[in-house]
Design a protein around this ligand. Structure first.
Ligand code: COA
Length: 261
């Protein structure tokens, strides 16, 4: 229970893998704040986090509007004093070939994923407990794997990796660690429902993962906890794949072909 009474802020923490991370910290006794654009998602997340006696509060804000984040961070600090851990995972993605993607579609994902990640880090910075604070940004294998129909996501996530490393350099002297997780295929997520809509497509995904299974939200949560724990006190500026080895070659046609022989 290393995180008992620590304050964890999860941007995008009401659904999907971000909620899984929020829940895993709550199960370790942390006080958890979640942020989403949608009040109904906040209400559902808070009910689930509080169901087992966890302490949780929620804020409605758009990560594209830095001013709307200020009230959320001020609210957390007014209630709990400071922020020990920041998880920045708000994202909006869709599958679209570059030849059909509008400039505004590209910009929309850059604004939510990349600008949003900067805004969250920047707005949280004055409130982080220094030294000792830890930030985990949510990247993706698209940040280094060129992926068709994901040009907007590839650009945004590559940017997230670089703001992770740059902030790690700038904020390290103050005792703030900044790392990122790049999740591979994770079960029971909106993304995998879209990418693997049928049993056959899910099986093809499984076969592209060296560990031959999807990951779980709980596994991501435990990696996030490790990155924010004393056990990782000398780890900063790292983008850590949590993908069962998928990004070692999972998107390569040759890998699939040779595996099938
Ligand atoms: N394919 C191509 N372009 C798309 C698109 C899609 N599936 N979805 C949105 N766009 C484009 C729109 O056409 C628009 O561009 P245009 O003005 O040139 O037509 C631009 O993106 C903005 O769309 P809009 O719906 O106004 O943006 P939004 O801020 O309301 O929502 C998303 C953006 C990404 C959140 C929305 O597309 C969405 O709901 N995605 C699915 C949910 C999701 O991403 N969950 C997270 C999974 S990680």
């Amino acid at each position: 229970m290393e995180f008992r009474d620590k304050v964890i802020f999860v941007a995008g923490g009401t659904t999907g893998i971000n909620f899984g991370i929020a829940k895993s910290f709550a199960e370790q006794g942390a006080k958890v704040a979640v942020l989403s654009r949608k009040q109904e998602n906040i209400d559902a997340a808070l009910a689930a986090l509080r169901a087992k006696g966890g302490q949780a509060i929620g804020f409605a804000a758009d990560v594209r509007q830095i001013d709307s984040l200020a009230a959320a961070f001020a609210g957390v600090v007014a209630k709990w004093g400071a922020i020990d851990v920041l998880i920045s995972g708000a994202a909006g993605n869709f599958v679209a070939p570059a030849s059909e993607l509008s400039a505004n579609g590209f910009k929309t994902v850059i604004d939510i994923d990349l600008l949003g990640c900067f805004n969250v880090m920047r707005a949280a910075y004055p409130h982080l407990r220094k030294p000792g604070a830890a930030i985990v940004n949510i990247s993706a294998p698209q940040s280094w794997l060129p992926t068709p129909s994901q040009i907007h996501v590839c650009a945004a996530k590559a940017g997230i990796d670089q703001i992770t490393r740059t902030a790690a350099m700038e904020w390290g002297p103050q005792g703030i660690r900044v790392n990122a997780i790049a999740p591979g295929p994770i079960a029971d997520t909106e993304g995998m429902k879209r990418l693997a809509p049928t049993p056959a497509s899910a099986q093809a995904w499984v076969e592209s993962v060296p560990l031959r299974r999807f990951g779980t939200k709980d596994e991501l949560g435990r990696v996030a906890q490790w990155l924010c724990s004393d056990a990782a006190a000398y780890v900063t500026g790292v983008v850590l794949p949590v993908d069962g080895g998928w990004s070692l070659g999972g998107s390569s046609a040759m890998t699939h072909a040779l595996t099938a022989v």
